[in-house]
Write a protein that binds this ligand. Sequence first.
Ligand SMILES: Cc1ncc(COP(=O)(O)O)c(C=O)c1O
Length: 436
Amino acid sequence: MDETSLLELRQRFVGRGISTLHPIVISEGRNALLRTVDGRELIDFTSGIGVANLGHCNERLIAAAERQLRRLWHICFAVAAYEPYLVVARKLSELAPTGSENKAALFNSGAEAVENAVKVARLATRRQGVIAFENSFHGRTYLALTATGKYHPYKAGLEPFAPGVHHAPYPYCYRCPFGQSYPDCGLSCLDYLRRWVMRTVAPPSSVAAVLFEPIQGEGGFVVPPADYVRELRGFLRENDVLLIADEVQTAFGRTGRLFALENFGVTADLFALGKAIANGLPLSATVGRAELMDAVHPMGLGTTFGGNPVAAAVASEVLEVMTSGGVLERAVELGRIMERRLLEISERYEIVGDVRGMGAMRALELVRDRRSKEPATEETDRLVAEARSRGLLLLKGGLFGNVVRLHPPLTIERELLERGLDLLEQSLAEISKVRR
Ligand SMILES: Cc1ncc(COP(=O)(O)O)c(C=O)c1O
């Protein structure tokens, strides 16, 4: 079927709540290059939202999936154990930076990993409260949605939300909720969490965990100051409040380290992991300190498909590739190339208000006016459409939908990365022309 007919099918048979940023139909992917059903080629700067970190249809991963497909597709870990699940649980336990012995449980989606981390934290601490952050994203199931710190479009009209979840301001320095600038602010937002949120609605004695994205993903690649992260960790430890790192979007090499938190020299008690863990096969994990994970009674966690043998076999291979050298260094290198180029672009185009990110997750925040920082939301839509028409697939994000997110596969060829950046600049030039 051609693209037009397929898009008609989409319109007719897919519920309206499921939206698709790009009105195209992809039929094939090879490393960082995608092809539509009509044969157009696109450079992928999305990795399917930070998932295909090792590229589309990676041969080594295909081989791992094929081997497992011929052995066992499904038995359900609640029925009987199987090797790929155990190998992944061991690898994740060995790798997750908690500073102690870990255990893991495997699930299907990022939202599930978050929800299960909260369950573990509640049972381990016998407390109910959870503090999440404004402008965060944790998924669309009800507890994860409750924790998500952006109302439109995710939460709109979906009340009532789960009880016991409070929100605190995230250190989003470009748009500081307190109107201050870092570092002169003295971390006012952390002070607010400590002295206000934890005094007014959520005293530490009632809080099981703080749920924290080390870098906000959907929120627009917001990188917190390192001293914020370190001081937050120290404060939580002093008050026996657990730190759950939601690394669904940031883990597995994206930031140049296996886990983003490592960039800040900080540990967490529990991790929610997903997305890139199996490079696109559905898998997620809750990993954390063994005594916390063991605070859950038998049958307190579980799912039919979680830790599927094929997805787990691929995840095991992903972790092998990620830890055997080369990939993390490459993420750093790609990040340098992107950063240098984006900074140059920001000098040429007034519409670029902020350039930020870490490793191979980089973003441009677009504004109508650099002084007022009025979000350039429509222009961002136009940029994404313009780039697509020129052969580059981008993602949006941010509280105002005015952030362009770049997360290409970590295996993208340098020449293709440069070509994609050229297309980004040409698209910016085009939409800037229209603005004048
Ligand atoms: C930080 C973070 N947590 C959780 C999720 C939810 O993951 P999933 O869509 O697999 O449920 C996402 C998805 O974008 C995410 O970025």
